[in-house]
Design a protein around this ligand. Structure first.
Ligand SMILES: NC(=O)NCCC[C@H](N)C(=O)O
Length: 412
């Protein structure tokens, strides 16, 4: 092979091209830190049964493997990055700062405790948290904050939403948006991805542009980003993604050689059940989407169109379907309704992530088996539906798309 410009490993130019490589996190001990008192703050509605949840997640990963997808686990990659002692130190400091451990005495005590841990242990603590009871007595400081916050069981919070790997980052073309999360509960997740991007050779930083950085103030989350084609992406604005963030990422994407021509901005109501665009709309084939019908007259659509280099024009659109058809240059669009034709079934199955499908190839999607009516509706429209169990996984309010971060999809 002739020596030339290095190629990025990352490559996602559609929502539906055969899924070749994906990043996942299997739920672990962090889920055991959930208590009723903190459920809302930690963005859960119920406490999953971890043993069953892990089995369900393994089934999810095995099914993907059988379909030819290579799985990378975020924990393995993080551990590899932390083998470098300097990177490990930087990482520990950033975790401590992120959790407001700034009192010098406490910071020093926790730093020296963590620095002695193996890369694998540090990676695990960064996800499952560090609890006061786990610290040996000689490392337990007595600071003012210690007295004031004596009821808090932990120094470092657990991050139980990490298995929703879709949200902390999103690959767009050969680059990556390392997202700025809306809530405190999820801020450490993109930081972990940034360490992978900065230090893991898989990410080939030099030839994989960063479209957004998690240190930026305006929030954007991956569940709101849909790569519809190499020329068009859709971004939801709502509870998690701010229009300011969309303008910033648009500027960066349009300034690049990236072939992007348009961003369709879909403004959805700012409420929990529609927290991300992919909870109400997902693409499943070249001309097919699944949509939660309760959203249809509640969205506003805007278009950002590239204008020369580094600039774009904003316009208001009238109708989501017409805009999708026009932007994707399709004569017709098949919109398949979650829950079939019944409003009550639709609302129930949307809540259980019936709209949150993961396309593994054009016209082939993975869904939870519990959403029986929605799955049937998809089959009636010629979609090949691969079902997985999600009784426990669903309790964090996310489906197969939320649980996966595509790294490489085959070009259409
Ligand atoms: N893309 C998604 O819709 N992800 C699901 C995230 C669920 C998580 N408990 C959250 O509220 O952020």
């Amino acid at each position: 092979m002739a020596a030339g410009k290095q190629q990025s490993f990352l490559d996602v130019t559609s929502e539906i091209g055969k899924l070749q490589a994906v990043l996942l996190h299997k739920p672990g001990k962090e889920l055991e830190k959930l208590t009723p008192k903190h459920l809302t703050e930690l963005l859960f509605d119920d406490i999953p049964w971890l043993k069953k949840m892990r089995k369900e997640h393994d089934e999810f990963a095995d099914t993907l493997r059988q379909m030819g997808t290579t799985i990378y686990y975020v924990d393995d990659l993080l551990k590899q990055v932390l083998e470098n002692d300097e990177v490990k130190k930087l990482f520990i400091q950033e975790v401590l700062h992120g959790d407001q451990i700034i009192s010098p005495e406490l910071n020093q005590a926790l730093f020296s405790y963590l620095a002695e841990k193996t890369p694998e242990e540090v990676a695990e603590i960064a996800v499952a948290g560090l609890y006061k009871k786990d610290l040996p007595d000689e490392k337990k400081p007595r600071t003012l904050a210690d007295y004031v916050y004596r009821d808090r069981p932990q120094y470092i919070n657990a991050i139980p939403n990490l298995y929703f790997m879709r949200d902390p980052a999103a690959v767009i073309g050969n680059g990556i948006s390392i997202n700025s999360m809306r809530t405190e509960a999820r801020k450490r997740e993109p930081m972990i991805i940034r360490y992978l991007y900065d230090y893991h050779p898989l990410f080939k930083k030099e030839c994989s542009p960063m479209w957004y950085n998690c240190s930026m103030p305006h929030s954007i989350e991956g569940g709101d980003i849909l790569v519809l084609s190499k020329e068009v992406i859709a971004i939801g604005s709502g509870e998690r993604t701010s229009p300011y963030a969309i303008e910033l990422i648009a500027k960066k994407l349009f300034a690049d050689e990236h072939p992007l021509k348009e961003i369709l901005v879909v403004h959805i109501p700012e409420i929990r059940e529609f927290m991300h665009l992919d909870t109400v709309l997902t693409m499943i084939d070249r001309d097919k989407f699944t949509i939660y019908p309760g959203i249809r007259d509640k969205v506003h659509v805007y278009k950002l169109s590239r204008q020369g280099k580094d600039n774009f024009k904003v316009s208001a659109e009238n109708n989501l379907i017409k805009s999708l058809k026009k932007s994707l240059k399709l004569p017709a669009l098949d919109l398949i309704q979650t829950g079939g034709e019944d409003d009550v079934t639709a609302a129930r199955e949307q809540w259980n992530d019936g709209t949150n499908t993961l396309a593994i190839a054009p016209g082939v999607v993975m869904t939870y088996s519990r959403n029986e009516v929605s799955n049937e509706a998809l089959r009636k429209h010629g979609i090949d539906v691969v079902e997985i169990e999600g009784s426990e996984l669903v309790r964090g309010r996310g489906g197969p798309r939320c649980m996966s971060m595509p790294l490489v999809r085959e070009k259409l």
